[in-house]
Write a protein that binds this ligand. Structure first.
Ligand code: HEC
Ligand code: HEC
Length: 292
């Protein structure tokens, strides 16, 4: 019993327990939040259009109509194009939950493949911009300095200079761009959701769009107080890490303070142990090299 207490009292054991606990929470959290599945763009096929149509009928037709022709509740999607479907669904805005409410970014329940299927179906009705390929949204070789200029003239008045978001008139908001993927930024520009204007290729060339994407994705990696990128999935993780780190530091300080305090019975116990040891060594006349 006293040996368990003694072991538990060992300061290193306490630090190890705290460190272990923090690591366990971190691992659990990253498992639960999961890595985003990044499916490759599936090949276009008529079976995919058919699958897209049946998904559309299930999830979207109550508002947009059985043939996407629009209803009194939601606009027609004929001519909206695949890029609009990709933007709206991959950012979790569609399917909307209720009418009239502002559609905010949220996790989507649809797979990348299902989103592409519905997008193909909408595109098959005619018109609208297609979903850009991975190469089209790549920031390799992009000019970030030019991107910053383009961003401040075209985007900053609504999204703020660091893309952190801002208030618009009529109580609306321009969202933060911290969680947007390059493809989402590209399709947002192509389709101009809600109060956002459309930036067609005449207004911003494909290269200018890539420069802007490079600027947005690089500004958010610059201020990196933790030294780790945290997967860049936004304020929730950062808050969690600050919370856990802060708690850890406080607990360690508290443990350090209490560890400094030696109780009278600790001293007595050590005294007993020392006596027992000296009695043992002198009794067997054994010398130990490790003990002092
Ligand atoms: C609860 C009703 C509702 C449901 C369900 C719904 N939508 Fe919508 N959708 C709307 C409304 C209202 C708008 C227009 C306002 C806006 O853009 O936020 C809209 C806009 C859109 C737009 C933008 C149109 C454009 O011209 O850019 C797309 C694309 C879209 N919806 C796709 C879908 C898809 C795909 C589904 C099913 C997965 C879906 N919606 C389900 C109500 C709905
Ligand atoms: C007039 C204001 C305005 C301007 C200018 C503007 N946006 Fe937006 N932007 C919005 C609004 C409002 C939304 C939210 C739309 C919605 O929720 O349907 C939005 C949404 C977005 C999103 C989606 C964010 C997400 O992940 O949820 C991206 C990305 C984006 N804008 C990028 C840009 C870029 C890049 C530019 C400049 C080329 C730009 N915006 C210019 C108002 C604006």
């Amino acid at each position: 019993m006293s040996s368990i207490i003694a072991r538990r009292r060992h300061p290193a054991a306490g630090y190890a327990a705290v460190a272990g606990g923090l690591v366990a929470v971190g691992v659990l959290y990253s498992t639960l939040s999961g890595g985003g599945a990044s499916a490759d763009a599936p090949a276009q096929a008529s079976t995919q259009v058919a699958q897209g149509k049946s998904l559309f009928v299930q999830s979207c037709s109550s508002c947009h109509g059985l043939d996407a022709q629009g209803t009194s509740q939601a606009p027609s999607l004929v001519g909206a194009g695949a890029a609009a479907v990709y933007f709206q669904m991959s950012t979790g805005r569609m399917p909307a939950k209720e009418l009239g409410a502002e559609n905010d970014r949220k996790p989507t329940n649809f797979t990348e493949q299902q989103i592409y299927a519905i997008a193909d179906y909408i595109a098959s009705l005619g018109g609208g911009p297609p979903i850009p390929s991975d190469e089209q949204v790549s920031t390799v070789g992009a000019n970030t300095a030019l991107g910053e200029e383009l961003f401040s003239t075209n985007c900053a008045q609504c999204h703020g200079f660091a893309g952190a978001g801002g208030a618009l008139t009529y109580g609306k908001n321009a969202p933060s761009l911290n969680a947007s993927t390059p493809k989402q930024i590209y399709t947002a520009m192509l389709t101009g959701p809600e109060a956002m204007p459309v930036f067609g290729d005449g207004a911003l060339t494909p290269q200018a769009k890539r420069d802007i994407i490079a600027y947005i994705t690089e500004t958010r990696t610059e201020p990196n107080p933790g030294g780790l990128s945290l997967g860049r999935i936004g304020p929730v993780t950062e808050g969690l890490v600050i919370f856990l780190g802060g708690m850890g530091v406080l607990v360690l300080i508290a443990m350090w303070l209490t560890a400094k305090r030696r109780e009278p019975w600790d001293a007595a116990q050590e005294e007993n142990a020392r006596e027992a040891r000296t009695a043992e060594t002198s009794g067997t006349s054994r010398t130990s090299g490790t003990e002092h």
